[in-house]
Design a protein around this ligand. Structure first.
Ligand SMILES: NC(=O)c1ccc[n+]([C@@H]2O[C@H](COP(=O)([O-])OP(=O)(O)OC[C@H]3O[C@@H](n4cnc5c(N)ncnc54)[C@H](O)[C@@H]3O)[C@@H](O)[C@H]2O)c1
Length: 455
């Protein structure tokens, strides 16, 4: 099918669906009908943010088996990113792609053009840096699209509140929205959670999470070369800049913070933290090398998180739960890698294993299988509120380290510092949200000196 045919088909489909809205509403009294009938309808997918994760998410989407599904549009800020994603996807899942050149969009308004190729009930994948999440989600809701969005979904207080409002709008429109906190779809963690609910660990006394390894991603950034704008540089190297990503703290650490909070069935209410910036050399990023955060839950239980990006230091990347009746490994390696296990005593001792998970299915695929099934079955499915809460708890630990003062969940959510206002009006001439000083360096956190905002 060429793109024109597809556009026409989409319009016809839209009219059919739009007609269906009226009919279904009249007959059932429901505000919104099922847009995709079980298993039969083609679900069209658009990818906004064609980087590493976006391309991976597209493969997961196209690997769902509950009915026909096709990638029909792609959007990215930069042509090289879109091209390499297009080539990679064509090799991996080309049979399920119909993305001719005129449905590959570049620039700051590319997201709109890609979503305009879809009909209500289709799915858009939002995998740009998180700063743009609320902008793209707003348009997806307007277009009545189902959404898969990556974590973190917010990096500051004002956009978190905005996203909570958008989450409600999405539910009111019967849209299905998945958030890429894939721990929640990892079978070992699901089983561990159930076993903790059943009392197998007793009361939780303490939780510990670690992500400590050498510098990865864009944790560090050399001085900006002259041949690129500040805006483009900051977006391309988003882990280096707090407005774009929440820094390495939000981007790297949210998974373990999310799944340990889930095991406790609540969110920490406050955090205090230490952090240091030791070996930064010429790097102009805003991150700290080390983060040590003490999260406190409403009942006083502590969760200690350690994050470090440093070569030569011991690497640990896993999470643990201590209970009155025993000890659990939640993620044995990486963000949510199994097997999870429960032990007698308070340490890993193979002689004392009480339970060990056996499922090794891919949580990134599980989250897509479940989202697409919910779309086809028209079952309620919206992970955004939980995604915002996980993002706020993560930001709370980060802000505590960056300011050197205790930060509560409510303070984080109600903080007035929007890192990058106006991202919905971005053009190529918009000044970057962060401006360098005369030496080409950007502001870094100064704990104890700047205490009411992070920089
Ligand atoms: N769940 C996970 O395990 C996991 C893993 C990796 C990344 N992620 C998340 O996925 C998101 C993307 O990360 P990544 O590693 O794929 O980064 P990436 O840099 O590889 O991809 C991001 C893409 O978005 C594009 N982009 C930036 N701003 C845009 C805009 N306004 N409009 C259109 N395109 C834009 C970039 O050019 C780039 O191609 C982040 O939020 C990250 O935290 C999640």
């Amino acid at each position: 099918m060429n793109s024109k045919d597809n556009t026409l088909a989409s319009r016809r489909e839209f009219m059919k669906v739009a007609g269906g809205v009226a009919a279904a509403s009249t007959l059932t009294g429901l505000s919104m009908p099922a847009v995709h009938a079980a298993g039969s309808d083609l679900i069209q997918v658009a990818l906004v943010g064609c980087g590493g994760r976006g391309s991976g998410a597209a493969v997961n989407a196209l690997s769902t088996t509950s009915g026909p599904i096709k990638l029909v549009a792609m959007a990215d800020a930069f042509p090289d990113r879109l091209d390499s994603s297009f080539k990679g996807l064509s090799g991996a899942v080309g049979a399920k792609m119909d993305v001719p050149e005129d449905r590959r969009f570049i620039g700051w308004d590319a997201y709109k053009k890609a979503m305009d190729c879809l009909k209500p009930g289709d799915v858009v994948i939002l995998t740009t840096p998180p700063a743009f999440r609320w902008v793209h989600f707003t348009y997806a809701i307007e277009k009545r699209l189902n959404v898969f969005m990556e974590k973190p979904v917010t990096v500051d207080g004002p956009t978190s509140k905005r996203m909570l409002g958008l989450a409600e709008q999405a539910t009111a429109k019967n849209l299905k929205v998945g958030v890429g906190l894939m721990s929640r779809h990892a079978r070992p963690l699901q089983e561990l959670h159930e076993r903790i609910q059943n009392g197998e660990l007793g009361e939780i006394i303490l939780m510990r999470g670690y992500r400590m390894h050498g510098p990865v991603g864009f944790f560090e950034s050399p001085p900006k070369p002259d041949n690129i704008s500040d805006l483009d540089y900051q977006i391309r190297r988003f882990h280096s800049f707090l407005w774009a990503s929440g820094g390495n703290y939000s981007d790297f650490y949210i998974h373990i913070i999310d799944h340990l909070s889930w095991m406790k069935n609540s969110w920490p209410v406050k955090a205090q933290a230490l952090g240091g910036r030791h070996y930064r050399g010429l790097s102009i990023d805003q991150n700290l090398d080390t983060y040590s955060v003490e999260y406190t839950f409403g009942d006083g239980t502590k969760f200690l998180f350690g994050g470090r990006c440093m070569n030569g230091a011991t690497g640990i990347y896993s999470s643990y739960i201590h209970g009155t009746k025993g000890f659990a490994v939640a993620s044995r390696a990486n963000d949510c890698g199994g097997p999870s296990a429960i032990y007698k005593g308070q340490e890993i001792n193979p002689a004392n294993v009480l339970w060990q998970s056996k499922d090794f299915s891919n949580p990134y695929q599980n989250e897509w299988d479940e989202l697409v099934q919910a779309i086809r079955d028209n079952k309620p499915y919206n992970e955004v509120k939980r995604g915002v809460e996980a993002s706020v708890v993560t930001s709370m630990g980060r802000m505590a380290a960056h300011t050197g003062v205790e930060v509560t969940f409510d303070q984080m959510l109600n903080s007035g510092h929007e890192f990058a206002p106006g991202l919905d009006k971005l053009t190529k001439d918009t000044p970057a949200p962060l401006q360098p000083n005369a030496q080409g360096r950007y502001p870094v956190p100064q704990p104890g000196i700047i205490t009411n905002r992070e920089y």
